[in-house]
Ligand binder design. Structure first.
Ligand SMILES: *Cc1c(COP(=O)(O)O)cnc(C)c1O
Length: 367
């Protein structure tokens, strides 16, 4: 990626099409399952939609650009991308480290599917990731971790992993490639859900893997081909269509999250706030070193579950929903999903509303 450009320019340029006179400026979806083969049986770029197709390639080159990767592969969901990478890397007899405080279904997959096949699964808190990685073959880190928002020192972890010969995979969902580029900090692969801030409209589920090792990427592509956890062409196109405005949306989301974090931190009804952009947050120093933006998520602790419900009821802007990264500001009480957090823990996803309106709404909702 051209380092001269800012995030919005990068987002817009990433989804451009070739300037062929008379062709559409915005790349249209190509909903084909099968393609004309050459009579002499020489390889063509497109053969069958599960191998590759023009719409994936558009999206994949955009995602690779944003992540600073040589290549990207799209998947039908973030989980599809993550589990494909884990299937490829974590073999029987291997040790896999997964975040104990990260996305809970990744832990479940490791425990329920990989462990019975002979993979030793170690769960480590993000803050302890660098120590836990000692004899692992594969380390999956998530930073900032969802939902607690601890930040992992990726450069240090990558150095540790390299020294020990372990493969480092980083889940870049919460930060997005506009907030941080794990590959540039030494990660071997990036996995992510594009369902969240990248697509940003709460209307599509998608995931991707990005990386620059040709053999690793080829192995993941092979798994996608054989296991088949693919993204539909129209969904790929929806993500692509959204990517162009990702820089603009994410900038507002981060701005709103920062303003909310400052306001909530000083509010008597809020017991604690985590946001990597707060100067006194335990993760702020590392976040300053490795993140370009601190993201759209704020984690707060209210008195109890009822306090979270009351906040939602009194608010005119807050949407009670899971997931995050959409244009609406939303809140999710994570204990209801079994995350290891308190009853009054709420993950807030800042939307793109006007900052003053949001602050006023939260003031009213918490009064
Ligand atoms: C949402 C999420 C996932 C899973 O993504 P889906 O697109 O829902 O499959 C993985 N990791 C993190 C950190 C997430 O927030």
């Amino acid at each position: 990626m051209d380092g001269r450009y800012g995030d919005s320019t990068r987002s817009v340029k990433a989804v451009g099409s070739e300037p062929v006179p008379g062709s559409p400026v915005a790349p249209p979806p190509v909903p084909a399952s099968t393609f004309h083969l050459s009579p002499d049986e020489s390889e063509s770029l497109d053969k069958y939609g599960r191998y590759s197709n023009p719409t994936w390639r558009q999206l994949e080159s955009a995602l690779a650009e944003l992540e600073g990767a040589a290549a990207a592969l799209t998947f039908g969901s973030g989980m599809a991308a993550i589990t494909s990478v884990l299937r490829v890397l974590a073999k029987p007899g291997h040790t896999l480290v997964v975040p104990g405080d990260g996305y809970n279904q990744v832990r479940r997959y490791a425990r329920e599917y990989l462990a019975p096949q002979g993979v030793t699964v170690v769960e480590a808190a993000s803050a302890e990731m660098c120590h836990a990685a000692s004899d692992a073959h594969v380390v999956l880190a998530e930073t900032p971790a969802n939902p607690g928002l601890d930040v992992v020192d990726l450069h240090r972890l990558a150095m540790d992993c390299r020294r020990r010969g372990s493969t480092l995979v980083v889940d870049n969902t919460t930060a997005t490639p506009l907030g941080q580029q794990p590959l540039s900090l030494g990660a071997d692969l990036v996995v992510a859900s594009a369902t969240k801030a990248l697509s940003g409209h709460s209307d599509v589920i998608a995931g991707y893997v990005a990386g620059s090792h040709p053999e690793l990427m080829a192995a993941v592509e092979q798994d996608r081909l054989l296991a088949g956890p693919i993204l539909g062409v129209f969904e790929a196109w929806l993500v692509l269509r959204s990517l162009g405005s990702a820089g603009l949306r994410f900038e507002r989301q981060c701005h709103n999250a920062q303003a909310l974090a400052v306001m909530l931190r000083n509010h008597p009804a809020v017991k604690s706030v985590r946001y990597p952009g707060l100067p006194d947050d335990p993760s702020h120093q590392i976040a300053m070193l490795q993140m370009k933006k601190f993201g759209g998520l704020v984690a707060i602790e209210l008195e109890n579950a009822q306090a979270v419900h009351t906040m939602v009821e009194r608010s005119a802007l807050l949407v009670a929903s899971t997931s995050f990264g959409g244009i609406h500001t939303s809140v999710d009480r994570r204990a209801r999903w079994g995350d290891p957090v308190g009853d009054g823990f709420a993950r807030i996803s800042a939307g793109i509303e006007d900052t003053d309106d949001l602050i006023a709404d939260f003031e009213h909702a918490l009064a």
